[in-house]
Design a protein around this ligand. Structure first.
Ligand code: G3P
Length: 219
C-alpha cells in the first residue's frame, strides 16, 4: 500500500454503517481516483463484504480474533475476512483493546491469512512493544484525544516523534482528533507515514470536502 496513507475508520457511526457505509466508501473512492492519494477505510465486519465488492480501495476490518476454522462461536476469523475481500485489519484499537499475548497471536494469524495488519497503541512505548509482534504498521492514538477537536499533531507532537524514533520511519500512523490538512502536514513532518481518523470525516457536514481538505495536507 502506498504511503503516506489516510485511513478512515468508519467505527459504528450511524453515518458510516449499512447503506451509508457504502455511500461514504464511494466518496473515498472518488477522491482517491481524482487525486491519486492513498486512502483506505476500516468498516465493521457486517459491512465488509458489500463495501469491498463495491469500491476500488483497500478495505480493512476494524478487528479480528485469533481463530481459524473450528469450534468457535461469534468470533471474527481472519481467513473469513480475507475471503470477503478485506485488504487488512486494524487490531487493538483503543475502543477494542486486546491482551498482549492475544494480540501477538492475532497478528500472526492475520498475516497467515494474508491480511495487512495495523496495530494500534496508546503511547509511543506501547507502539514499540506491539511493533515487535511484526505488524505492517503501528497506529499511535492518545485515547484522551480520540473523538475530540484537538489533534494529536498539535496537542502531543512528541508522541509522534517518539513513536517514529522507537518504531522506525514508514511504520507509524498517527491519529486522534485529526481533522484538517494542517494536522496531516504536521504529522508527516514529524515522520509519520500517514494518519488514522474517524469523526473528522464520518461526522463532517460534507465528507467529500472534508476528505479533499485532508488529502491536500499530503503534499
Ligand atoms: O480509529 C481512529 C480514531 O480512533 C480516531 O478518532 O474521531 O479522533 O478521528 P477521531
Amino acid at each position: 500500500m502506498k504511503l503516506p496513507l489516510i485511513l478512515v475508520n468508519f467505527k459504528l457511526y450511524e453515518q458510516a454503517t449499512g447503506e451509508r457505509a457504502l455511500k461514504l466508501a464511494k466518496i473515498h473512492e472518488k477522491i482517491a481516483e481524482e487525486t491519486g492519494a492513498s486512502i483506505a477505510i476500516a468498516v465493521n465486519a457486517l459491512d465488509l463484504q458489500k463495501v469491498s465488492e463495491s469500491v476500488n480501495l483497500p478495505v480493512f476490518s476494524q478487528h479480528v480474533d485469533p481463530v481459524g476454522f473450528g469450534s468457535y462461536t461469534g468470533r471474527i476469523m481472519p481467513y473469513a475476512v480475507k475471503g470477503l475481500g478485506a485488504y487488512g485489519t486494524l487490531l487493538n484499537h483503543a475502543e477494542y483493546p486486546v491482551e498482549y499475548e492475544t494480540l501477538r497471536e492475532t497478528v500472526e494469524r492475520s498475516r497467515e491469512a494474508g491480511l495487512f495488519v495495523i496495530v494500534c497503541a496508546d503511547t509511543a512505548e506501547q507502539a514499540e512493544k506491539v511493533a515487535s509482534f511484526n505488524p505492517d504498521l503501528v497506529a499511535v492514538e492518545p485515547p484522551e484525544l480520540i473523538g475530540g477537536d484537538i489533534s494529536v499533531s498539535k496537542a502531543e507532537p512528541e508522541i509522534v516523534e517518539n513513536a517514529v524514533r522507537l518504531v522506525g520511519e514508514n511504520r507509524v500512523l498517527v491519529g486522534a482528533g485529526v481533522k484538517s490538512a494542517e494536522d496531516v502536514k504536521i504529522a508527516l513532518s514529524l515522520g509519520a507515514a500517514g494518519v488514522l481518523l474517524a469523526s473528522g470525516i464520518t461526522k463532517a457536514e460534507d465528507p467529500y470536502y472534508a476528505l479533499l481538505d485532508l488529502v491536500s495536507g499530503l503534499k
